[in-house]
Design a protein around this ligand. Structure first.
Ligand code: F6P
Length: 366
């Protein structure tokens, strides 16, 4: 049916790639683009391997995507195209350490492949590269927002975030029971870079006693007070969720690039133990949050975003990032998408709700 319908239509050739850290739902977007673009509209879809690297390496690494390429992709974690967060065409790394600008090669290679434009799945870094590419080389791009961190501007949410929150919540649930058995403080560290969305959401969903996020510099004495109050009421265990980018009051904000070198959960656990006299343990969820199958919510969101990206291409509406606003599909300009990252709204309802049910953030009066 679809094949017959599109025989009379103009046939686009469109490239697709995935950039930055992987997350659940990337393959669900690729599948939606192939299903709508190739199977329904008759386009040729060319997958580029490892973000922009597949276009930049001496030998191109690209492949045409079809029905067979996306078999089982809806539920598959990671990305079938591969990814890298070191593949900036404007500062392309060489073995001798000297980065070179290969951005023009992106444009020429896409032309050689007969591609009208590119559908680029990525986070803030990828959107910034896409904006620069469209400005400086004229490459036509539709961006699709992904990241477990949920920190992209221009969209209410990103796919990958919900799956990460679901997993983190299960982890908090599991830590609850062992914390209670052993009368311990359990500290769980989650990813999120400079945004505390994952910590806030899994902390509320998992019934944490304290949530420490980058947006609220903390004083651990406030957290210790909470733990001791609980003890006085016969609750001998506590659950503390810490975002990897959280920092103590008065300390310098960390360089986001070096976050993976830190383990804030460990020091928070040790200090709280010292302050309260209660035994503590820490667990770092790290990359577990990025793996595994996408949640139902993320599969639906990824499919909607992939389908909407095709609608923009079909309408010739390039240089935009597809987005979700108030549960409706929409889009924003790449310049807006690349304008910075988002953080937790401290005046928002979820922070107020958390405080309302007694969760501390470490900024309470001591
Ligand atoms: O942006 C996603 C993310 O997983 C962050 O939460 C984390 O800080 C970072 O990527 C880790 O990146 P890398 O894959 O370079 O270690």
């Amino acid at each position: 049916m679809g094949q017959q319908r599109h025989r009379h239509r103009h046939r686009h050739t469109v490239a697709i790639n995935t950039g930055g850290g992987d997350c659940p739902g990337l393959n669900a977007v690729i599948r939606a683009v192939v299903k709508r673009g190739q199977l329904e509209l008759g386009w040729k879809i060319i997958g580029i391997e490892d973000s922009f690297d597949g276009l930049l390496s001496d030998e191109m690494r690209v492949r045409e995507l079809d029905r067979a390429s996306i078999a089982g992709a809806l539920t598959k974690g990671g990305t079938i195209l591969g990814s890298t967060n070191r593949g900036n065409p404007f500062r392309y790394g060489r073995r001798d350490g000297n980065a070179i600008d290969l951005s023009k090669r992106v444009a020429t290679r896409l032309k050689e492949l007969g591609c009208e434009g590119l559908i680029a799945l990525g986070g803030d870094g990828t959107m910034a590269i896409c904006h620069e590419l469209s400005q400086r080389t004229g490459v036509k791009i539709v961006g699709v927002p992904k990241t477990i961190d949920n920190d992209l501007t221009g969209t209410d949410t990103t796919f990958g975030f919900n799956s990460a929150v679901e997993f983190a919540t299960q982890a908090v649930d599991r830590l609850h029971s062992t914390a209670e058995s052993h009368d311990r403080i359990m500290v769980v560290e989650v990813m999120g870079r400079n945004a505390g969305f994952i910590a806030l959401h899994c902390g509320v969903a998992g019934g944490a006693d304290a949530i420490l996020i980058p947006e609220v510099p903390f004083d651990l004495r406030a957290v210790a007070n909470k733990i001791l109050e609980r003890k006085a009421m016969g609750r001998y265990f506590s659950i503390i969720v810490v975002s990897e980018g959280a920092r103590a009051k008065g300390s310098e904000p960390s360089d986001s690039k070096s976050l993976r070198l830190r383990s804030i959960g460990r020091s928070v656990a040790a200090e709280l133990s010292e302050m309260t006299g209660i035994e503590s343990r820490d667990t770092v969820l790290g990359y577990l949050l990025r793996g595994g199958i996408p949640s139902a919510y993320d599969r639906i969101l990824a499919t909607r975003l992939g389908n909407h990206a095709c609608s923009l291409v079909e309408a010739g509406n390039w240089d935009r990032m597809v987005a979700i606003h108030a549960n409706e599909m929409s889009s924003v300009s790449l310049v807006e998408a690349a304008s910075g990252t988002k953080q937790v709204d401290l005046g928002g309802d979820l922070v107020a709700t958390a405080r309302g049910v007694g969760i501390v953030f470490g900024d309470e009066e001591i």
